[in-house]
Every structure is written in C-alpha cells, then in structure tokens.
Design a binder for this molecule. Sequence first.
Ligand SMILES: Nc1ncnc2c1ncn2[C@@H]1O[C@H](COP(=O)(O)OP(=O)(O)OP(=O)(O)O)[C@@H](O)[C@H]1O
Ligand SMILES: O=C(O)C1=C[C@@H](O)[C@@H](O)[C@H](O)C1
Ligand SMILES: [Mg+2]
Length: 166
Amino acid sequence: MRAIYLIGFMGAGKTTVSQELARRLNVAVYDTDEEIVKRTGMSINEIFAAEGEEKFRHYEAEVLRSLPSTNAVIATGGGIVGRTGNRLFLKGKRNVVYLHAELESILARLKEDNSRPLLKQDKMKTAKALYESRLPLYRETTEFEIDTSVKTVQQIVDDIIQCMKK
Ligand SMILES: Nc1ncnc2c1ncn2[C@@H]1O[C@H](COP(=O)(O)OP(=O)(O)OP(=O)(O)O)[C@@H](O)[C@H]1O
Ligand SMILES: O=C(O)C1=C[C@@H](O)[C@@H](O)[C@H](O)C1
Ligand SMILES: [Mg+2]
C-alpha cells in the first residue's frame, strides 16, 4: 500500500485521525512533528525558541522525505505546505488527503492547548491570518478534501478509506 499523507491546519485532527486510520489499515503510523521531537530531543516549542522557525522547517522537510512511502499513514505538521519543495513532494504522491476544519472548530479544539508556538499570542488573530494564507496551499496540494468540523474520528477514517478507493 502506498503511504497515506494527511495534511491540514493545526487542530484539523491529522495526528488523531492518523492513529485510528493506521490501526484500521494495519500499517505503521508516523507524525512529522513527533519525528522531529524524537530526532532532536527537543519539544516543538523549544526548537522554535532556541533555533527559530526556519530551522524547524528544515527538520520538517528532512523528516518528510525520510519516512517510508509504503505501508504507512503519515500525519504532517500544519505548516508543511509552506515550502514549495514540500508541496511538490506531496503532489508527487497519490495518497494525500487534506483534512479541512472550520476555524471555529479549530479554535475550540485548541483552546486549552499551548503546544503550538505559532498560536501562542492572540490565538484568534494569528490563527485567522495563517488559516487564510494556507487554505489555498492545502487545496492546491491534493484533490482529496474531507471536512472534519463536525465529524467523529471514525467517520473521518471511513471517508478517507472511501476516498482512497477512487
Ligand atoms: N474530529 C474531531 N472532533 C473533535 N475533536 C477532534 C477531532 N479530531 C481531533 N480532535 C481534537 O483536536 C485536537 C487537535 O487534534 P490533533 O492534534 O490531531 O490535530 P493536528 O491536525 O495533528 O494538529 P497539528 O497540525 O498542530 O499537529 C485534539 O485535542 C483532538 O482530540
Ligand atoms: O501550522 C504550523 O505551522 C505548525 C503546526 C504544528 O503541527 C507544528 O508543526 C508546529 O507547531 C507548526
Ligand atoms: Mg499533529
């Protein structure tokens, strides 16, 4: 099986859905954010604070290319589509799914969560600007889009499995 890549904004559910999808398909699961943390020994907040966002994006691009391209589900970080090279890499894969969520759902899901450095200050304002700038990038990267705003994880997994049969 070709690896399935999940892309989408912070809080869209990529990490959560990837685990259940991999369990259903009986394949390995990877998460670019978790791989970066494992490989650097630092949290994402620590990397941003000590080394800056550009360095984080460098690790992210490297990790994306290093993960297995078969028999796996790969959850990506919300900003992976920021680099043109990453978008080209993903466009070259057939199984990329964009998990879309309305901004209101995202903010509700991440209200108590401070693990995302780009949403630290004035969550509402920064999230809105980032969200609007990234929407077209997710959409140009893949034709498969699933709105997760009001769906359960199980429903999203069912939708992805259906999508991948097309
Ligand atoms: N379909 C869903 N319905 C309700 N809550 C959800 C759903 N999917 C994920 N969540 C919740 O939203 C939060 C963020 O989910 P998750 O960490 O999977 O997002 P992500 O897309 O991986 O974000 P990031 O890009 O920052 O890694 C978690 O608390 C998770 O439990
Ligand atoms: O949307 C983003 O730019 C990010 C999303 C997270 O998955 C992490 O990769 C990090 O917090 C940055
Ligand atoms: Mg995640």
